[in-house]
Design a protein around this ligand. Sequence first.
Ligand code: SF4
Length: 169
Amino acid sequence: MSSEENSTTREIDLRYEQLKQEAAIGYHLNPDIEFTKALIAGLIENERRYGYGSCPCRLAAKNKDDDLDIICPCDYRDPDLTDFGSCYCALYVSEDVMKGTKKLSSIPERRPPARKPITEKIAFPRACVEPLAYPIWRCKVCGYLCAREGPPEICPICKAKQERFEKFL
Ligand code: SF4
C-alpha cells in the first residue's frame, strides 16, 4: 500500500492547508497540488513510523537525534531555495519558480555524510562580545535569533519546534 493510501485524504488536506498557511510567511508550497500532497502523505507516514516528520525524500536513521537536521522543514531548505529554487524534495519552491521565471532542476544533496553540530562551524568573534543578560538561541531552520532563558516552543518565523534551536551565544 502506498504512503498516500495509508494517510487519509482528510489528514493530508488538513496538513496541506496548515503548511500553506505557515508557508505564507515568505515561503511557497509547490503549486503542483497533487505532487505536494504526495510529499505530505510521506511526511505523515514518517511521523507515524518514527514519531517525527523526517524528510519524505531522504532515508531516516530512525533516531530523532540523528535526524534532527532533516525534520521538515529541514536545515537545508533555505540554502537550497536560494541556490536551486526549491528544497531537496521540491515541497517548497522560490518566488522565481512560482512566477515561472526559474525552472526546477535536480538538486544535489546538501546534507553532509557525517554531520557535525552547527555550533562547531560558527566562527563567531566571541572575544568582541560583552557578557549578555540572556543566552542567544538560533533556529537552525531559518536562522531566527532570540535572547531569552530558553528557546521558544515554536519558531515565530518558520514554525520549527523548540528542538531545532541551538544555543548561539
Ligand atoms: S523542506 Fe527539507 S525536509 Fe521538508 S520536504 Fe523539503 S527537503 Fe524535505
